[in-house]
Design a protein around this ligand. Structure first.
Ligand SMILES: Cc1ncc(COP(=O)(O)O)c(C=O)c1O
Length: 394
């Protein structure tokens, strides 16, 4: 009997499994290339990516402007640290501050969401000389020590045991629960303004207004973890300062995911009041502010602006909201812009699987009934129709 020849996918998967620690439950595909909202696999199959490469590829896969900017930068210099000045870094910081709410005047660059949150909490503790951090049930802030200790979602916090002390948990959306915890030892209140992993859970705009008042009353730093909501995801550049927050501005905004269109980069944005209290050597990271990442930041902002992606994703949300009403099994659509949770009457795992069989990638969440969509902000109505068609049949 002649042995059957292994597919490219089988060879790739077996090699990854042999040489990588198995930390993720993976889809049975190997990605080879991408364009816009689409990816192609090692077997030449095409998938519609409505999960945006894990909420990262807001500008779509391989947007030509970003690819060009990265190529051009790679030919000049790939990296030098913050020990030197750099035009591309200066431009990226200026651009980021220019699209941020008015109170934001400065950026600190790092490499990931968890690192941005670690640094935000450190900045708050340094600025206030206090210890306590209030975060919320259902919030996710990352996997490093302080960030996982600030995470009160499912089992995540336990993975970080022993946890960093001085973290306490309030109920998302419940201002009274915050008031009972906020005091003169509280350095920061940190939250995901839309809790994505918890199942795209929203709070009323008044909640953010109330948080601002509590923070002002006690001299507490308000941190919005905008790792998912930032950089145009909700149709606004940031949740902070938008109508979704009743125009309330956070003292620190943390970013990652979409910020570099796939090149790893994170950032903390803040105003002069906090920045002035951070001194040389208080914060640092080797790779933060590297030239390739900075080229990606500027190009990402330019691409979103040039292609009117924020306007597009707002239209897409309206379209999807209208069309989902035609499907009885859909209980509700939560979220804003391109951070959406479709809540079904029952567990959505079979629907997620069925969509994958039909070559459409979506995400699940900690809420068993909520299917998450985090599409590229340039996703088209015709592409959303493909999702609707399978949902209708399913
Ligand atoms: C809201 C939020 N904050 C922080 C993080 C951590 O980001 P990273 O995985 O880049 O460390 C995530 C990642 O999913 C996130 O969704």
């Amino acid at each position: 009997m002649t042995p059957t020849k292994k597919t490219n996918f089988e060879i790739i998967a077996a090699t990854e499994e042999q040489f990588q620690i198995a930390t993720y439950a993976k889809m049975n595909i190997a990605v080879e290339r991408g364009a816009g909202a689409w990816i192609w696999t090692s077997e030449g199959e095409k998938y519609l990516d409505l999960y945006g490469g894990h909420a990262v590829c807001a500008t779509g896969h391989c947007h030509p402007h970003i690819v060009e900017a990265l190529k051009a930068q790679a030919e000049k210099v790939l990296f030098y640290s913050n020990l030197v000045y750099s035009e591309i870094r200066a431009r990226a910081a200026e651009k980021l501050v220019s699209i941020a709410p008015a109170s934001i005047t400065k950026a600190f660059f790092c490499n990931s969401g968890t690192e941005a949150n670690e640094n935000a909490m450190r900045m708050a503790r340094m600025a206030t000389k206090r210890k306590k951090i209030i975060t919320f049930s259902g919030g996710f802030h990352g996997r490093t020590a302080d960030a996982i200790s600030a995470t009160f979602l499912g089992n995540y916090r336990n993975l970080g045991k022993p946890n960093v002390p001085h973290h306490v948990c309030a109920e998302f959306g419940n201002l009274e629960s915050v008031r009972t915890l906020a005091d003169a030892d509280t350095a920061a209140i940190m939250l995901e303004p839309i809790q994505s992993m918890a199942g795209v859970i929203e709070a009323a705009p008044e909640f953010f207004r109330g948080l601002r008042e509590v923070c002002d009353e006690h001299g507490i730093v308000l941190i919005f973890d905008e790792v998912q909501t930032g950089i145009g995801r909700t149709g606004n550049w940031f949740f902070s300062g938008s109508q979704l927050a009743d125009d309330v501005e956070a003292d620190i905004i943390t970013l990652a995911k979409s910020l570099g269109s796939g090149v790893p980069v994170g950032a903390c944005l803040t105003g002069d009041g906090i920045a002035e209290r951070i001194k040389t050597n208080d914060l640092g990271t080797t790779f933060g502010g590297g030239m390739l990442a900075m080229a990606a930041v500027s190009a990402t902002i330019e691409a979103i602006e040039k292609d009117k992606m924020r306007e597009n994703i707002a239209e897409i949300e309206d379209y999807l909201r209208g069309r989902l009403k035609e499907i009885d099994e859909v209980k509700t659509l939560r979220g804003k812009g391109g951070l959406l949770g479709i809540e079904f009457a029952e567990n959505c795992k079979p629907i997620h699987q069925k969509l994958l069989e039909n070559k459409i990638i979506t995400g699940t969440s900690s809420h068993p009934n909520v299917l998450r969509l985090l599409p590229p902000l340039c996703v088209k109505k015709e592409e959303i129709d493909l999702l609707l068609e399978v949902l209708r049949k399913t």
